[in-house]
Design a protein around this ligand. Structure first.
Ligand SMILES: C[S@@+](CC[C@H](N)C(=O)[O-])C[C@H]1O[C@@H](n2cnc3c(N)ncnc32)[C@H](O)[C@@H]1O
Length: 272
């Protein structure tokens, strides 16, 4: 069960990311995700912290050269390119946004290792790949846009080879959202078409999907808190043109003090 939610529609999410891509922003150096910071080093720039999160997730996949990795919700392709370069693997990225797929493909064409990167349009609810076709799967901040987390996990389990690992990050409610912060959280969820997970759902969902948990870690203090704090200090209104709504729009500053808005890092494995 999720909280504060209306179920996201993949086509609508695709159109949102098409509009964001047309704005030609680079996100965090091409990554569209939070950073990861050590608690004593919160002044590290967001771009570096975002790459660190990608690297931490890639490490958890225990990759070997030549393996095939699927990036579910691949954004502009930067995390896939980083993983392909660092780990000497082949990465296929899938996104519900056609504009992102175009941008990611342009990025791949410029890379020295172009033959090890490919991007295609697709919906994670019905992954366009054969059973057992990947050695590992990464999904960085994408599952919260999808209508049914359990179906996505089952699809990931289907395309994974036995013994293969999945690592993902997600947003979740660390507790009931205080009444005076509900409006800000609802605005964020509505503007970005996403839902907060209930962390208690993850173990049963993984079990039903045929995956075994390796690690389930609340990274909020290393991640979502410092990211919103850095974003708020830079530009609160950069994304305003993307949203049609007449009413007040989401800005990162709204969530800086919302401790219940959490992020988690999950690693699981398909039994071998
Ligand atoms: C916050 S962005 C993260 C992008 C990328 N993982 C990164 O870290 O830079 C969310 C991504 O999820 C993708 N996405 C959302 N819903 C999807 C769906 N149903 N199927 C495939 N991709 C989806 C979006 O198109 C976008 O690429």
């Amino acid at each position: 069960m999720s909280t504060l939610n209306t179920v996201p529609a993949p086509d609508e999410v695709g159109r949102l990311y098409d509009r964001l891509t047309a704005m030609d922003t680079e996100g965090q150096g091409g990554s569209l995700h939070l950073g990861y910071w050590d608690l004593g080093a919160l002044d590290v720039p967001l771009v570096e912290a975002a790459d660190r999160l990608t690297d931490m997730m890639a490490e958890r996949l225990r990759l070997s050269p030549g393996q095939r990795v699927l990036d579910v919700g691949c954004g502009l392709g930067q995390p896939a390119a980083r993983i392909a370069a660092a780990e000497d693997v082949h990465v296929t990225g899938v996104s519900i946004s056609r504009e992102q797929v175009k941008r990611a493909t342009e990025l791949a064409e410029k890379a020295d290792f172009a033959s090890r990167l490919e991007f295609q349009h697709g919906d994670a609810m019905r992954l366009p790949f054969a059973d057992a076709s990947f050695d590992a799967v990464v999904a960085i901040e994408s599952i919260f846009h999808m209508p049914d987390r359990e179906q996505v996990l089952a699809e990931i389990a289907r395309v994974l080879k036995p013994g293969g690992r999945i690592t993902l990050t997600d947003f979740f409610a660390r507790g009931p959202i205080p009444d005076d912060q509900k409006e800000a959280v609802e605005r964020c969820l509505r503007d970005f078409i996403m839902t907060l997970a209930d962390v208690d759902d993850y173990l049963p969902m993984l079990r039903r999907a045929g995956l075994r948990v390796v690690e389930l870690w609340d990274i909020s203090e290393h991640s979502v808190g410092p990211t919103f704090a850095q974003m708020a200090s830079v530009d609160n209104h950069q994304l305003d043109p993307v949203f049609d709504a007449e009413e007040k729009k989401f800005t990162p500053a709204d969530l800086v003090d919302v401790d219940e808005f959490g992020s988690l890092l999950l690693t699981a494995q398909k039994p071998g």
